[in-house]
Design a protein around this ligand. Structure first.
Ligand SMILES: [Zn+2]
Length: 99
């Protein structure tokens, strides 16, 4: 392996692959790969600093279910087994009382 091949492998391919692995754990594998490829180890450091997209999505889902609180809470109708809002007095499917 000559000098330039060594520089190419350790200066570009290695950080690209490692950045892709770190990036994929954050849901940004391709971004990490490109950063590592073009910016070498600096790109890898940037990938480490990237916000965790996947965790943000999970927080978003948690937030939405917290906001939509009671709408998300559903119970089964004792008469027809339909999913009904737990605050409902009567089942919208069969009209049975929700007790
Ligand atoms: Zn029902």
């Amino acid at each position: 392996m000559d000098l330039w091949t060594t520089i190419l492998v350790f200066g570009s391919l290695t950080p690209a692959i490692i950045s892709a692995i770190v990036g994929s754990m954050k849901g940004r594998g391709f971004t990490g790969f490109l950063l590592g490829l073009f910016l070498s180890w600096i790109g890898f450091i940037i990938t480490l600093c990237l916000s965790n997209e996947r965790a943000r999505e999970e927080r978003h889902v948690e937030m939405m279910s917290a906001v939509g609180g009671y709408k998300m809470t559903r119970v089964r109708c004792p008469h027809c087994r339909a999913l009904v809002d737990e605050n409902a007095k009567f089942c919208p499917e069969c009209g049975g009382a929700m007790t």
